[in-house]
Design a protein around this ligand. Sequence first.
Ligand SMILES: [Zn+2]
Length: 237
Amino acid sequence: MSTGTLIGSTAGIVAAAGAFAYAVRGRSSAVFGPSVYHGDRERPALALTFDDGPSESTPELLKILARHSVPATFFMCGENVQRLPAVAREVASAGHEIGNHTHSHPRLDFRTPEFIYREMAQAQETIQRHTNRTPRLFRAPYGVRWFGLRRAQQRLDLLGVMWSVIGNDWRWPADRVERLLVNRRRNGDIICLHDGRRTERSPDIHATLHAVQSAIPRILERGFRFETVSQILCPTK
Ligand SMILES: [Zn+2]
């Protein structure tokens, strides 16, 4: 093999690896199943989403949202719904949307289609049993999608949802998260925050609570309204 051919094929491999990484983790990728990451860019509406709950701190978040009549979307883990069914019901009865975030929050790459389906189906059943709601939205843990997800989404009638803004609320201080929420807004943004920490008990979500509490009135003042993910995707409903 000549040097030129070697360099050419190495570049090819690097490009293929890049394309594959995009397919697995890219927020706009729908390679492994139908997926969205933002709503209509013409309407001044935003969707707050909270992953990994419910947790012991979720009721406090519900109070903040209720104070401003802000609807949100909660991507719940089945394990946490089992652990805190009353909190999951409280989210549902406050009128928020509930999405599926798998049962135990595994990374889905290098897993079998059966494993992926079971994780999603188990969360779907647990959420239905405890909240009487059937999720229509699915968010993959860590945003990682894989072979078999498309079929699992079809069987469970779930649409994949990524995000256009990631809040970094699990690692940033509250004031930095707040600045991100207030300053980096575009019409139709789907904002990813967390009201739990995977399956951790009693997680510290103080930064999230503080940032959301301070940012909501400032965002409303700028003329945006908040909607659930389903509302932001289908404004007529
Ligand atoms: Zn998660």
